[in-house]
Design a protein around this ligand. Structure first.
Ligand SMILES: [Zn+2]
Length: 366
């Protein structure tokens, strides 16, 4: 229970999504002074020259920095040094989760506005004010909350449609869980992620509802568009669901068992190579078992996940379904806070049994 009646809603200042929007960056950074653009190493060769050209056309200058792979203190200091030397007035992060998190952390430490440009629709992190810090060897240190959210989240769907299919599918996994976790948190009156945790506004719940609706209506069509490399209305809708609706949904309504099981799965090193949304997808199956979700809704979710290739069994996450493995996942899950956002008491046995049953359920939908 939240322990107070105050409700709260948070979001980036602006969200803009459309084909070719990346080239409009000069226009969006114009009011802030010189822009420093941090780009994922993988995308740097292509996007760095493209962005320089766009700024040249606009008659202004830009600084580009190649992100060197790890979101760690050393890398943040290196980027901050460039920003200070160039006297940049705005920072832009372009790429995957770690690049975007590094941009958030740099902007937070220098108190500069940040623009977030995700290169795939693989998670809902771009619209959140949370960043994860690692050591330079890639060991997890912890997540940090920024003082404020992004000035702009800019999504170029021509870039997103070219990203690997697996990333988009994982984003759907993360987004599918939003509605279920929102409703679990509403039932238990668990806190959201705004400030120190408030009750959810109706707006947050409406966003979670829209997110699921879009995935059911446009999910398959969006996959076909992605496979043919074409940006369509259905594709745009699912990109919005994966990034904006899923992100605002979780930030404003909270997380529950699906993400709790995701954390539990990380107890097993064999799951580390699987993507966030892939682990959340199996976590969602566990949550539906735990909550005894009505068969019709469960079928709809399971069939969509199976069709688009999300993992719905332990084996699909590289885990052997042994007693020891399931116990390790269940143990780490109950030690975390998220599974306790359900509106009934959850203990080790309940989680263990839910994982066993979720794993067995996969046979029915394969
Ligand atoms: Zn997530």
């Amino acid at each position: 229970m939240v322990g107070q009646t105050t409700r709260a809603f948070g979001s980036p200042l602006r969200y803009i999504q459309g084909p070719g929007e990346f080239n409009c960056l000069p226009e969006y950074t114009k009011g802030y002074g010189r822009a420093c653009v941090v780009i994922d190493g993988f995308l740097y060769p292509e996007l760095s020259s493209r962005i320089k050209e766009a700024y040249q056309k606009a008659g202004s200058e830009v600084t580009t920095v190649c992100f060197e792979g790890e979101c760690c203190q050393e890398e943040i200091e290196r980027i901050n040094e460039v920003i200070r030397n160039e006297q940049a007035g705005v920072l832009v992060g372009v790429g995957g989760g770690k690049t975007l998190d590094a941009a958030k952390l740099c902007s937070d430490s220098l108190e500069l506005p940040v623009i977030i440009v995700p290169s795939s629709a693989s998670t809902d992190a771009p619209v959140s004010e949370i960043a994860v810090l690692y050591t330079k060897d890639g060991e997890y240190i912890g997540s940090q909350k920024m003082k404020s959210n992004a000035a702009l989240v800019l999504v170029d769907t021509e870039i997103i449609v070219k990203a690997p299919k697996r990333l988009f599918v994982a984003g759907i996994g993360d987004a599918l869980a939003t509605w279920f976790e929102a409703h679990a948190c509403e039932a238990s009156d668990a806190p959201n992620y705004i400030g120190t945790g408030y009750r959810r506004c109706k707006a947050g719940m409406a966003i979670a509802d829209a997110c699921l609706e879009i995935l059911f209506t446009d999910g398959d069509e969006a996959m076909r568009a992605l496979e043919s490399g074409t940006v369509t209305e259905a594709f745009e809708n699912v990109v919005e669901a994966n990034i904006l609706l899923s992100g605002l949904g979780f930030l404003n309504t909270g997380l529950a068992t699906a993400h709790g099981i995701h954390s539990g799965l990380t107890a097993l090193p064999e799951t580390h190579k699987y993507l966030h949304g892939e682990k959340v997808a199996f976590g969602l199956v566990c949550q539906m078992v735990l909550e005894n979700t009505p068969a019709e809704l469960m079928d709809k979710v399971m069939l969509l996940m199976a069709r688009i290739g999300l993992p719905i069994s332990l084996q699909q996450l590289g885990v052997e379904a042994t007693h020891e493995n399931i116990m390790a996942i269940a143990q780490k899950t109950v030690e975390g806070p998220l599974v306790h956002h359900e509106n009934f008491p959850v203990d080790l046995d309940l989680v263990y049994n839910a994982i066993v049953m979720a794993d067995k359920l996969a046979d029915k939908y394969k």
